[in-house]
Design a protein around this ligand. Structure first.
Ligand code: UDX
Length: 466
């Protein structure tokens, strides 16, 4: 199928590469000349495991252009994948509307197109975009024939290719059958799992072909916000429980394991830690509250999920203060700057907030990250942070080590060697990567999340004690 993709950000570029791998004929549009230059030179401008490899295989089949008029007229399907940054507590849909307007200006009046919005947008945006397109056609004096559909994406950074080839579901919200059929046709290889899996991305064992959820546009748009908000509040819930565990000498990792085995709850997204960051949960929960406010509807659960989340970052600073008495003049090593592993994305990264707070309190900061240093350096411009590519350098005469991002390379560190180099070997484990026992055996004073110092051990209850 001939597909035009408007916007080559994280979602747009991943979608372009995946659709080209499925043998669709893709033209991708972006106004950012720098990004287009990199793409033309064969370089992927985002950090995402596996994407460069796949891009190398298909890039000669994808046309990258700054010109909507080159991509749209001959396409059957147009995917809008531009950003919707946060503005005044809501998602700014300006770029989505602008893209729709430009598309409508260059569509052939006598051809049918499906225009699907993949960007995360507030409820009602699809229908609003349909009106914008009608207006452009009216101004052009043509009838035009564009079906607008919502096709939200659920990609997780770091797992974007996996999530594209083997999704849990595909969601299409449309008022007309033609749009549903076009998108069903686009995703057929994925819906039926008939494509040859790329060698680097084998089909997960037991994976079943995903359902396609078809609904109306407003419900599809709401579904995306609801999914992200639910995951955000699941994490906030376990973080709230973690705080209480610390008070009552319980271990949140044990609690999470036990409740996660209840199939109604499920084990995923129950890792207590420094809280969520990134480009989605902070923005989408805020945007959902913005939609609610416009409807004069209170959403106390969503509000609380945000409150708990942002409090969690402050808890790290408090833990350091408790351990070190004062932060003034203390040297603190930070492990991890990206908001999560396998990405260089530092948007709303808890590490940035924590670093700024610690510097405010007079601490000296050294920071490490496998890939996000460049972005963090830019975001922390003006803050006196010493960046290093060597974990060992964080610990030389340091007063505390703080693990913020659970990168794989932090999971098997030589704790003994690190502790030895430190002035006071405190390990604040913001992701509960290590057990208190192993960290203490290596010489660290261990402080995790939701694990009290006189913690409970994981052993079966002796029934005679009951
Ligand atoms: C999320 C959604 O998962 C995805 O479906 C949507 O399309 C975009 O938003 P993403 O932001 O890439 O994806 O990251 P995700 O893996 O969901 O993690 C978000 C944040 O939650 C990270 O900061 C992560 O560290 C944190 N997290 C996740 C926890 O603190 N505990 C957990 O158990 C899981």
């Amino acid at each position: 199928m001939k597909v035009a993709i408007i916007g080559t950000g994280y979602v747009g570029l991943t979608t372009a590469v995946v659709l080209a791998t499925l043998n669709h004929d893709v033209t991708a549009v972006d106004t950012d000349k720098g990004k287009l230059g990199l793409l033309h030179a064969g370089k992927v401008p985002i950090h995402e495991p596996g994407i460069q490899n796949l891009f190398d295989k298909v890039r000669h089949t994808i046309c990258f252009t700054p010109d909507v008029a080159e991509a749209v007229p001959e396409a059957e399907l147009i995917l809008i994948t531009v950003g919707t940054p946060l503005k005044n507590g809501g998602a700014n849909t300006r770029f989505v509307k602008q893209a729709a307007l430009e598309v409508a200006q260059v569509c052939h009046p006598d051809r049918h197109y499906t225009l699907a919005i993949k960007s995360t947008v507030p409820t009602g945006t699809n229908r609003h975009v349909a009106k914008i397109i009608e207006k452009v056609f009216a101004a052009r004096g043509v009838r035009g024939n564009v079906s607008v559909a919502s096709n939200p994406e659920f990609l997780q950074e770091g797992l974007a290719l996996q999530g594209s080839f083997y999704p849990d579901r595909i969601v299409v919200g449309a008022d007309c059958e033609e749009a549903v059929n076009t998108l069903r046709c686009l995703y057929q290889p994925i819906l039926e799992q008939t494509f040859d899996s790329p060698s680097s991305l084998p089909r997960p064992a037991g994976y079943q072909p995903p359902p396609m959820v078809t609904t109306d546009p407003n419900s599809a748009e709401m579904l995306k916000y609801a999914a992200n908000t639910f995951l955000a509040l699941k994490i906030s819930f376990i973080n709230e429980i973690a705080g209480l565990c610390e008070k009552v000498s319980a271990d949140v990792t044990e609690v999470a394991r036990g409740i996660g085995l209840d199939s109604r709850i499920g084990p995923r997204f129950l890792n207590a830690g420094v809280g969520w960051g990134g480009s989605c949960y902070p923005k989408d929960t805020a945007a959902l509250l913005g939609v609610a406010a416009q409807s004069e509807y209170a959403m106390p659960i969503t509000e609380a999920a945000r409150t708990v989340n942002f409090r969690q970052r402050g808890r790290i600073v408090e833990k350091l203060q408790d351990a070190l008495i004062t932060l003034k003049g203390k040297t603190i090593g930070i492990l991890g700057l990206a908001f999560k592993p396998n990405t260089d994305d530092i948007r709303e990264a808890p590490a940035l907030y924590i670093i700024r707070q610690l510097i405010k309190e007079g601490a000296n900061i050294r920071a490490h990250d496998p890939v996000a240093i460049q972005n963090a350096r830019h975001a922390l411009n003006g803050f006196p942070v010493v960046f290093t590519n060597n974990v060992c350098e964080l610990t030389h005469k340091a007063d505390a080590l703080v693990l913020i991002t659970d990168w794989e390379e932090y999971q098997n560190m030589d704790l003994k060697a690190l502790a030895k180099r430190m002035n006071t070997p405190f390990l604040i484990d913001g992701r509960n990567v290590y057990t208190p026992q192993e960290a203490e055996a290596a010489g660290f004073h261990y402080i995790g999340i939701g694990r009290s110092s006189d913690r409970v051990r994981s052993y079966a209850f002796d029934k005679s004690e009951l």
